[in-house]
Design a protein around this ligand. Structure first.
Ligand code: COA
Length: 174
């Protein structure tokens, strides 16, 4: 697969042999590991908890990164909200793998998937703006997005003390 440059991005092939890491579409066999990593960081207050049922039902949204021995070290999901709009969610890299470019690989993979799906705007609700800024996202305005993007906020324990902001990136295949 050739590289495709979009703005600040140079999309690498999906398998990063240079570092011995594999980026794969998740399968149902990965669901428990995805559940564990997401809920580990959710317990730390970094992201929303997900049930195993939610993960199973949305397994096609997830990508996973596995190390040489096949252990899952990171995950992220791209959720399509409508024909043109997608959300990146559930981004988590195991602590001992952070700061090595794995998060960047995940985001690039989600953006590649978005391109294939014809999505041209991706948003994130995040408490890590510096990370997403490095990925080319910029601060956005909540009012430009459909109200359904807040559906998960209703049941969130941080509803009245939310520390997340909305950031987005436009990807235009032309
Ligand atoms: C946030 C997270 C996904 C980043 O993954 P990572 O693999 O450590 O990120 P990378 O190594 O690919 O970093 C890419 C760039 O972002 C920067 N960056 C990453 N996390 C950052 C942070 N918390 N604050 C500031 N910059 C950050 C890196 O310094 C790097 O910059 P560089 O290209 O100039 O060197 C990871 O720390 C994580 O899983 N955290 C816990 C769960 C979480 O908070 N998820 C996000 C919820 S919105």
């Amino acid at each position: 697969m050739g590289n495709k440059t979009l703005g600040v991005f140079s999309f690498e092939p999906i398998t990063n042999y240079a570092t011995g890491l594999n980026v794969e579409r998740a399968s149902l066999r990965d669901a428990y590991d995805i559940h564990e990593i997401i809920n580990y960081f959710a317990d730390e207050g970094e992201m929303l908890h997900r049930t195993i049922d939610e993960i199973n039902q949305n397994i096609n949204d997830f990508v996973v990164v596995k190390n040489k021995t096949g252990n899952l070290i990171a995950t992220a999901a791209l959720h399509k909200l409508d024909d043109k709009l997608g959300e990146i969610k559930g981004v988590a890299v195991k602590e001992n793998w952070q700061g090595k470019g794995v998060g960047s690989i995940l985001i690039q993979s989600c953006l590649q998937d978005a391109l294939k799906l014809g999505i041209n705007e991706i948003f994130v609700l995040t408490n890590k703006p510096e990370f997403y800024n490095k990925m080319g996202f910029s601060l956005s305005n909540v009012t430009k997005f459909p109200i359904k993007i807040w559906s998960e906020c209703i049941g969130c324990s941080k509803f009245f003390s939310c520390n997340e902001i909305i950031m987005s990136i436009d990807i235009d295949p032309n």
